[in-house]
Design a protein around this ligand. Structure first.
Ligand code: ATP
Length: 372
């Protein structure tokens, strides 16, 4: 049976998280988290280890009690409902299949709990297994499956009862890179077919960019920014977000503001970004690698360009282009990605790095170190 011909048309439900706090004793795992996830949206929680992603997911699932705030699914509050009454599908990093049950029985289990009659159960299980392309594996036991196959069974089991919301916590975390990339595409396809709301936890920014409609970036129990991958990459609200998503060059130095522009003195040279300082503290300028060009020293640049002198410390051929690292006089590393040139620069070459003033993103300095 082909799932695409039987795709369910019901949309997922929206989630609203209102001023949620979670304390373990006096430790605040979540400080004050609010967001709305739209019906049918693919939302990813992204952030470093310990930032509160899993805690938020567990609060939505009902596996953890919230300390303050409210969570709504569709048009009702679920904060006081036990997990089993929330009707939410869940997939974890570790497969958690029942080892003594066949694939068929594993996937049928949530339907049995809900009292679905056996003929209907059989139809829905077959449909769910077809969706994850495992219809020929119904009679195997979990121990007879690979890690990726087990995770697809877990996914089938999580959606077989047509939940309005599917939660996934690092479901591909235990798999190798190739399999992970293939399953990312499968998960994207399944999201499209089901139309259910997906909430996905990962600390892998590439995975978040590939999968999500929007990404919520977590840091120390708070949300730094919520936006599409493109918004977070091109217009990060904080240095933390700018550094967490994609590669970047981060410039620091004393600043002054004039005529709606802010200039930083970097290695004795002024570099300019549009806009007034963010907050009252030190400022940084963040620039993305594909915006930075490398030239022989002294080449004339058009107006509206920032330029700094440095020395090539790394040159990596990437097929589609070359990635350079250039060290400035003050030790700052500048990262550039350029199309492959006929005569590429070599390690040790003195070069000018340049970029448009409009490609400089001015951000408050949070004092964090290493660039990229
Ligand atoms: P990871 O990617 O490592 O899973 P995460 O962003 O999902 O990280 P959480 O698991 O949500 O992080 O944890 C947030 C914070 O709450 C961490 O500092 C963690 O140590 C703490 N924490 C989580 N569960 C408990 C608990 N049961 N008791 C005490 N502290 C906890």
């Amino acid at each position: 049976m082909n799932m695409t011909t039987t795709a369910r048309t019901r949309r997922g439900a929206a989630i609203e998280i209102h001023s949620v706090k979670k304390y373990y004793g006096s430790f605040a795992a979540l400080e004050d988290v609010s967001m709305r996830i739209e019906a049918g949206e693919f939302m990813t929680f992204l952030g470093p280890s310990g930032s509160g992603k899993t805690t938020t997911l567990n609060l939505i699932a009902g596996f953890t009690d919230l300390t303050e705030g409210d969570i709504r699914l569709g048009d009702r509050s679920i904060s006081a409902l036990p997990a089993y009454k929330r009707n939410i599908g869940v997939v974890f990093q570790h497969y958690a299949l029942f080892p003594h049950m066949t694939v068929f029985k594993n996937v049928a289990y949530p339907l049995k709990l809900r009292g679905v009659p056996s003929a209907e159960r059989e139809r829905l299980v077959k449909q769910a297994l077809a969706m994850v392309r495992l219809e020929d594996f119904a009679h195997r036991y979990p121990s007879e499956l690979s890690g990726g196959q087990q995770q697809r069974v877990a996914l089938a089991r999580a959606v077989v009862f047509d939940p309005p919301l599917l939660l996934m916590d690092e479901p591909l975390g235990a798999l190798d890179k190739k399999l992970r990339e293939w399953l990312q595409l499968e998960i994207k396809r399944i999201h499209r077919e089901l139309g259910t709301t997906f909430v996905y936890v990962t600390h892998d920014q590439e995975e978040a960019l590939v999968l999500s409609d929007r990404i919520a970036v977590f840091n120390r129990g708070r949300i730094e920014q919520i936006g599409t991958g493109h918004e977070l990459y091109t217009n990060p609200a904080t240095l933390f977000v700018g550094r967490f998503i994609g590669e970047s060059t981060i410039l620091r130095g004393p600043h002054e503001t004039r005529n709606g522009e802010t200039a930083l003195s970097v290695a004795g040279i002024k570099v300019v970004a549009p806009g007034a300082p963010v907050g009252s503290g030190p400022q940084t300028i963040l620039v993305r690698p594909e915006k930075i060009t490398i030239d022989v020293p002294g080449k004339e640049q058009p107006a509206g360009t920032n330029r700094l002198r440095g020395r090539v410390t790394e040159s990596l051929y990437l097929g589609s282009g070359t990635k350079y690292e250039v060290q400035l006089a003050d030790g700052t590393l500048v990262v550039s990605r350029m199309p492959v040139a006929e005569r590429p620069f070599s390690i040790g070459d003195e070069v000018d790095v340049s970029w448009q003033i409009s490609d400089s993103k001015l951000l408050a300095d949070d004092g964090s170190t290493e660039s990229a």
